[in-house]
Design a protein around this ligand. Sequence first.
Ligand code: KIV
Ligand code: NA
Length: 265
Amino acid sequence: YKRVTVKSLVDMKRSNEKISMLTAYDYTMAKIVDGAGVDVILVGDSASNVMAGHETTLPITLDQMIYHASSVIRAIDRALVVVDLPFGSYQSDPKEALRSAIRIMKESGAHSVKLEGGKEIKESIKRILHAGIPVMGHLGLTPQSIYKFGTYTVRAKEEEEAERLIEDAKMLERIGCFAIVLEKIPASLAKKVAESVSIPIIGIGAGPNVDGQVLVLHDMLGMTHEFNPRFLRRYLNLYEDMTNAMKQYVADVKSVDFPNEEEQY
Ligand code: KIV
Ligand code: NA
């Protein structure tokens, strides 16, 4: 495999090839995602919800993110790996942000980091970029600010927030981010952003007129089933399939169908 790099992503935008991105948090799943040809693997702080069962992304720690990221990195032959800086690891000041990013790069072997926000974290992003660490931006619905928003509904429907988002996207490009995630904003606005910058825009709930798409792995596989946003396409119904497999196992153990003659020594 030819490895995906931050440069190949920009080339993909230029040549109009859409970028595929999924999350992964562990070795076994990351191996499958990478082998399937997904371009970018995000070790998202959605691990806080999906892996740890928290209601928000706020509780996950930098140490926990590094654990997930290092597990993913050991599985990868091709994909570019992006790791979320978790809540509380970069907001205090640029030096703290850089220290956190360095820890992720050194201790997990990841290829890049992602931070939520625009101009309010500009200096932190610049500091990380100056250290040679590629940064992916994240605008629109930024789940680490859920208590500021109050809900997980669509962002930037009003002119003022939309204008600010476009300005933030241009700023992130200007200071050197290699891509930006746009989460849950009107498709027309996402299209406008993708046309306003030359770095790739990866959407989640941002419509088709962007440069790539990202979904949470466990959501698109149908392993989670309480989460039903409009943007989510389920490619499998693993919640049901796995439940059935486990029920069959229980029945087989109870009936001593398992193990059979060949399944013993
Ligand atoms: O943590 C995450 O999974 C994310 C994606 C939804 C973009 O940030
Ligand atoms: Na995230």
